[in-house]
Write a protein that binds this ligand. Structure first.
Ligand code: G3P
Length: 214
């Protein structure tokens, strides 16, 4: 499973990238706002750090505007993936942009039918928001299972990009369910490394090694 970071904070991306296991980045308008920096500057910096897909979301609502903005975003760097919302206009824009060779990440996916529609419209990635489903007492992981089953039934090549990740168990469950990618906040990325027994075990090894040397 590929690991993406879901952030527009360049410092977090730089730190995560140092481990050599980061495969890409996703951003959204809320994350860009949180970064406090101009959208284009953030994207340019991210593309310099990470050699993988970088999702940049359109901020327009009609298909014509989305296509225009998507083409502009795609010009920033070869790794830019244009993120389109799951709306009727977004589907039309997806068909048009993917036809022009622009990679699309379909965002705000909350049902398997939405994922299927966007895959048929040529999306390279579909992004089910599992945390937001869990937040309203639905089962986000069931959605990953359903999309995986449907895509496997028809050999659909669109990648399942699990988004709205809240904690490390979401990553584990996504991996078990066969999501192709999980995009996560930096805090969750850090949590993936941790187990208290690792810390306790390492301390004991080091203490015993000190004693063995005496
Ligand atoms: O970037 C899309 C998604 O990952 C947002 O997550 O935490 O705002 O539900 P969240």
């Amino acid at each position: 499973m590929k690991f993406f970071l879901d952030t527009a904070i360049v410092d977090e991306i730089r730190k995560a990238n140092e481990f050599g296991i980061l495969d890409g980045v996703t951003t959204n308008p809320s994350l860009v706002y949180k970064s406090g920096r101009p959208f284009k500057d953030v994207l340019t910096d991210i593309c310099k750090i990470v050699d993988g897909p970088v999702s940049a979301e359109v901020t327009t609502l009609t298909a014509a505007e989305m296509v225009k903005q998507g083409l502009e975003l795609a010009k920033i760097h070869k790794n830019i993936v244009v993120k389109l919302p799951m709306t009727e206009e977004g589907v039309k824009a997806c068909k048009q942009l993917s036809g022009k060779g622009v990679k699309i990440n379909a965002t705000l996916i909350f049902s398997a039918s939405q994922a299927l529609v966007m895959a048929k419209a040529g999306a390279s990635y579909v992004s089910p928001f599992i945390g937001r489903l869990d937040d309203i007492s639905e089962d986000g992981m069931c959605l990953i299972d359903d999309i995986r089953e449907i895509f496997d039934n028809y050999d659909i090549k669109s990648e399942i990009l699990a988004a709205s990740i809240r904690h490390p168990m979401h990553i584990v469950e996504c991996a078990k369910a066969g999501a192709d990618i999980a995009t996560m906040p930096y805090t969750v990325f850090q949590q993936l490394f941790k187990h208290p027994l690792t810390d306790v075990g390492l301390k004991k090894f080091m203490d015993d090694w000190d004693k063995a040397k005496k």
